[in-house]
Design a protein around this ligand. Structure first.
Ligand code: HEC
Ligand code: HEC
Ligand code: HEC
Ligand code: HEC
Ligand code: HEC
Ligand code: HEC
Ligand code: HEC
Length: 265
C-alpha cells in the first residue's frame, strides 16, 4: 500500500497540470476522468509484483542502456518523477516494481513484460479496453495483435516507426500489404493516412470504418452529395442513397486502382 500512495502522489500533481489540456481533447485519458471524479484520489492501481518494491528508473540504466537513453524522447517519460528516489513512474509504471529483478541481476520472471497482456496499458488508458471490445476491432484482447505492433512504448510520440503519418502507415502496411500500392490511380485520401477512414482500435462499423455510410466520403467529396451527373441514366446523388460509395460496382477500389481513375475494379 505504501508504494501505491507514493505512486499516486507522484502522478497526481502531473495530472493536475495536464488536466485542462487533456480534458477537452479526444485524448481524454481515463485516469484524468477518474481523478476528477474522485477529487484527490487516483484510482489507477500500478502493476504489482509480489514481494518487490519500486527502485526507480536509474537502476535500469546499467543493463538496459539503449532503452533508457531513448526513453527520454518518449511521451511516457514525462511520467518519470525526477530525482534519485523516483518511484513507480517511469520504467516501473509499465514493468512493475523492479527490486527483485535488479537484485537477481535480471532474472526474467521477476519483471513484467506487457507485450502479451494489455492490462498494463488499460490501467491508465481505460477507454482503450472499450474500443478493443467493439464488434470490429483489432484482436488485441485475443492476444493476436499487441499494442506494441503499432506503438513504441520506449521512444517518441508512441507510434512505432516514428510520428509522421507516412511512417505511421508503414506500421499498418507491414501487416496489410494489399493496401500498400503503388497504384496506377492513387486515391489522394491515402496521403492523409489510414486513420482518416479507419479507427485502428475499433469501431461499431464493419472494417473499423469511422462512418458506416456515404458520410465517410462526403466529408471530403461534399460536392458529390448533390451532383446531378448521370451515371447509367441515374443522377449520382440518387445512387448515393442506394448503398455505400464502395458497394460492388461503385468505387470498390477505395484504396487505389490499377485500372480505373474513378477507383473501380
Ligand atoms: C543487473 C542488470 C539488470 C538490471 C539492473 C535491470 N535489468 Fe532488466 N534484464 C536484465 C537481463 C540480463 C534481462 C534478460 C535479457 C534476456 O534474456 O533477453 C532483462 C530483462 C528485462 C525485461 C524483459 C523481461 C521479459 O520477460 O521479457 C524487462 C521488461 C526488463 N528487464 C526491465 C527492467 C527494468 C524496468 C529495470 C529497472 C527497474 C531493469 N530491467 C533492470 C538485466 C537487468
Ligand atoms: C508505456 C509502458 C512502458 C514503459 C514506460 C517502459 N516500457 Fe519497457 N516495454 C514495454 C512493452 C509493452 C514491452 C514489450 C515490447 C514488445 O512488444 O516487444 C517492453 C519491453 C521491454 C524490455 C524487453 C524487450 C526489449 O525490447 O529488450 C526491456 C528490457 C524494457 N522494456 C525496459 C524498459 C526500461 C528500462 C524502461 C524505462 C527506461 C521501460 N522499459 C519503460 C512497455 C513499457
Ligand atoms: C502510468 C500510466 C500509463 C501507463 C501504464 C501507460 N500509459 Fe500511455 N500514456 C499515459 C499518459 C498520461 C499519456 C499522455 C502523455 C502526454 O500527453 O504527453 C500517455 C500517452 C500514450 C500514447 C501517445 C498518445 C499521444 O498523443 O502521443 C500512446 C500511444 C500510449 N500512451 C500507449 C500506451 C501503451 C501501449 C501502454 C502499455 C504498454 C501504455 N500507454 C501504458 C499514461 C500511461
Ligand atoms: C493496429 C494498430 C494499433 C493498435 C494495435 C493499437 N493502436 Fe493505439 N493508435 C493507433 C493509431 C494509428 C493511432 C492514431 C490515431 C489517429 O491518428 O487518429 C493510435 C492512437 C492511440 C492513442 C492516442 C490517441 C487516443 O486515441 O487516445 C493512445 C493513447 C493509444 N493509441 C493507445 C493504445 C493502446 C493502449 C493499445 C493497446 C491496448 C493500442 N493503442 C493499440 C494504432 C494502434
Ligand atoms: C501486427 C499486424 C497488424 C498491424 C500492424 C495492423 N493490423 Fe489491421 N489487422 C490485423 C489482423 C490480425 C486483423 C484481423 C483480421 C481478421 O480478423 O481476419 C486486422 C484487421 C484489420 C481491418 C479489418 C479487416 C476486415 O476484413 O475486417 C482493418 C480495416 C485494419 N486491420 C486496418 C489496419 C490499420 C489502419 C492499421 C494501422 C494503423 C493496421 N490495421 C495495423 C493485423 C494487423
Ligand atoms: C478513403 C478512406 C480510406 C482510407 C484512407 C483507407 N481505407 Fe481501408 N477501407 C476503406 C473502406 C471504405 C473499406 C471497406 C471496403 C469494402 O468493404 O469493400 C476499407 C477496407 C480495408 C481493409 C479490409 C480489406 C478487405 O478486403 O476487406 C483493410 C485491411 C484496410 N482497409 C486497410 C487500410 C490501410 C492499411 C490503410 C492505409 C494505408 C487504409 N485502409 C486507408 C476506406 C479507407
Ligand atoms: C481525406 C479526404 C478524402 C476522403 C475521406 C475521401 N476522399 Fe476521395 N479523393 C480525395 C481527393 C483529394 C481526391 C483527388 C481530387 C478529386 O478528384 O477530388 C479524391 C479522389 C477520389 C476519386 C476519383 C475522382 C475522379 O474523378 O478522379 C474517387 C472515385 C473517390 N475519391 C472516392 C472516394 C470514396 C468512395 C471515399 C469514401 C470511402 C472517399 N473518396 C473519401 C479525398 C478524399
Amino acid at each position: 500500500m505504501k508504494s501505491f500512495s507514493a505512486f499516486s502522489a507522484r502522478l497526481q500533481p502531473w495530472l493536475s497540470q495536464r488536466r485542462v489540456l487533456l480534458f477537452g481533447s479526444v485524448v481524454g485519458l481515463a485516469v484524468v476522468a477518474i481523478s476528477c471524479a474522485t477529487a484527490n484520489r487516483l484510482v489507477v492501481a500500478p502493476p504489482q509484483i509480489p514481494g518487490a518494491t519500486y527502485v526507480g528508473s536509474k537502476e535500469c540504466v546499467d543493463c538496459h542502456e539503449k532503452i533508457t537513453k531513448e526513453f527520454i524522447t518518449a511521451d511516457h517519460a514525462r511520467l518519470q518523477a525526477p530525482g534519485k528516489n523516483a518511484l513507480a513512474a517511469g520504467c516501473e509504471s509499465c514493468h512493475g516494481p523492479g527490486s527483485k529483478h535488479v537484485e537477481s541481476g535480471g532474472a526474467l520472471n521477476t519483471i513484467l513484460n506487457p507485450r502479451k497482456n494489455a492490462d498494463t496499458c488499460f490501467a491508465c488508458h481505460l477507454d482503450k479496453r472499450g474500443q478493443f471490445s467493439l464488434p470490429h476491432s483489432h484482436p488485441v484482447l485475443a492476444g493476436k495483435v499487441s499494442c506494441t505492433d503499432c506503438h513504441d512504448p520506449h521512444r517518441g510520440a508512441g507510434f512505432a516507426g516514428g510520428q509522421s503519418l507516412l511512417t505511421r502507415d508503414d506500421t499498418c502496411i507491414k501487416c496489410h500489404a494489399a493496401q500498400r500500392g503503388p497504384f496506377a490511380f492513387e486515391h489522394e485520401a491515402m496521403r492523409d493516412g489510414c486513420a482518416t477512414c479507419h479507427n485502428p482500435h475499433g469501431t461499431v462499423n464493419a472494417k473499423m470504418l469511422t462512418a458506416r455510410n456515404a458520410n465517410l466520403c462526403l466529408k471530403c467529396h461534399v460536392q458529390d452529395a448533390n451532383s446531378s451527373v448521370l451515371i447509367g441514366g441515374m443522377p449520382h446523388s440518387a445512387l448515393l442513397r442506394q448503398g455505400t460509395c464502395w458497394t460492388a460496382g461503385c468505387h470498390e477500389a477505395v484504396h487505389g486502382s490499377q485500372i480505373n481513375s474513378t477507383l473501380r475494379y
